[in-house]
Each structure stands twice: as structure tokens, then as C-alpha cells.
Design a protein around this ligand. Structure first.
Ligand code: 5GP
Ligand code: MG
Length: 180
């Protein structure tokens, strides 16, 4: 698996420092207010697990699942697989947490879906932000790192289902993109 990585963009210790910074901002933003972290499966499972353990104020946890069709590096049509229960949404302050903000379609659609179902507030937090690829006018309220227009894997991010378990973020060799 490691031999498929051409370059490391964020090491484990850089990731920890980035998460500490964002966790401090989230903590200040929600101090004294009830809120629910809504982790976008599958990609955000690693990031959200590390993030919430660095937020020392009360919060609840819920999950949402969205996926783009296709296994490649280009996103297809977005499918909402499941949402939190109505009880977890209605009147709640939600912090949607995703692995990467790319075209913006996923978080734009998910935020709208949760607002429509009665959330009091929907904010967003992303591990990575790739602003060069944006197709809709959408910015995250919190983000750890900005990345250039490059397909990255690791720390929850996959290529054709693999590489989520790499503890760092890296770019794949062209050969690995072609043959996986
Ligand atoms: P968006 O809807 O903002 O275009 O894309 C969000 C989703 O696209 C992410 O949750 C992720 O699944 C996928 N994605 C976008 N860019 C990358 C990337 O560089 N690497 C990986 N592994 N997934 C990406
Ligand atoms: Mg994803």
C-alpha cells in the first residue's frame, strides 16, 4: 500500500496539529450550546473520531451517508444513503463533518437536506479543502488544511475503497490510479 504513494502531503504529526487548531475553534464556537457532530460516512470516520476527542465540551454524535456513483477520481451523481433520525435533526445545532470539500456538491446538498428536515443550525467542518475544484458557492465554517488540485488518499480518504487506513495523507502514483 505505501509503495503506491508518490508523496506525503500531511504527516501524522501535522494532522494532529491541524486537528488541535480546528478543535479549539469548534470548542469556542459551541461553548454553552448543545450541538451534534454529524459525521459523513465513510470518509470522515477517522477525522471525526480524532476531532471529537479533542473537543472538551458536551456534544452528541450522529452519522449520515452520501456517496457518488463510480469508483474513479471523478465524482458522479450524489446519492443520500441514510440521514440521522428526525429526533437527531429537529431543532438541533448540527456540525456536518466531512473528509474533503471538493466541488462542494456533497456538503451543499447535505446541509440543505438537514435544514429542510428542521435543523436549527447547520455548520460544516472539513479535514481538507480543495477550493480550486469548487462548482457551487459553498465554504466550510471550519477546515484543517487547504490542498491543491490533486487526488489524495489516506486518513479516511479512499481510492476505489482502499487506502482509508493510511495514517497520513498522500498522493497516489499514476500507476496506482490506473491499475487499482
Ligand atoms: P464534493 O461533493 O465536494 O465534490 O466531494 C466530496 C467527496 O468527494 C468527498 O467526501 C470525497 O469522497 C470525494 N473526494 C473529493 N476529492 C477527493 C480526493 O482528492 N481524494 C479522495 N479520496 N476523495 C475525494
Ligand atoms: Mg466522501
Amino acid at each position: 500500500m505505501h509503495e503506491d504513494i508518490e508523496s506525503v502531503l500531511f504527516t501524522e504529526s501535522e494532522i494532529v496539529a491541524g486537528i488541535d487548531r480546528v478543535a479549539a475553534s469548534v470548542t469556542e464556537a459551541y461553548r454553552g450550546r448543545d450541538f451534534t457532530v454529524v459525521s459523513v460516512l465513510k470518509g470522515a470516520c477517522i477525522f471525526s473520531s480524532d476531532l471529537i476527542r479533542r473537543i472538551p465540551i458536551p456534544l452528541e454524535l450522529a452519522f449520515v451517508s452520501a456517496s457518488s456513483y463510480g469508483d474513479g477520481t471523478e465524482a458522479g451523481e450524489l446519492k443520500l444513503n441514510f440521514l440521522p433520525t428526525n429526533q437527531e435533526i429537529e431543532g438541533r445545532n448540527l456540525l456536518l463533518v466531512d473528509d474533503i470539500l471538493d466541488t462542494g456538491n456533497t456538503l451543499n446538498r447535505l446541509s440543505a437536506a438537514l435544514a429542510e428536515r428542521g435543523a436549527a443550525e447547520v455548520s460544516t467542518c472539513v479535514f481538507l479543502d480543495k477550493p480550486a475544484r469548487r462548482q457551487v458557492d459553498f465554504e466550510a465554517d471550519f477546515r484543517c488544511f487547504e490542498v491543491e488540485d490533486l487526488f489524495v488518499v489516506g486518513y479516511g480518504l479512499d481510492y476505489a475503497g482502499r487506502y482509508r487506513n493510511l495514517p497520513f495523507v498522500g498522493a497516489l502514483h499514476q500507476a496506482a490510479l490506473a491499475t487499482s
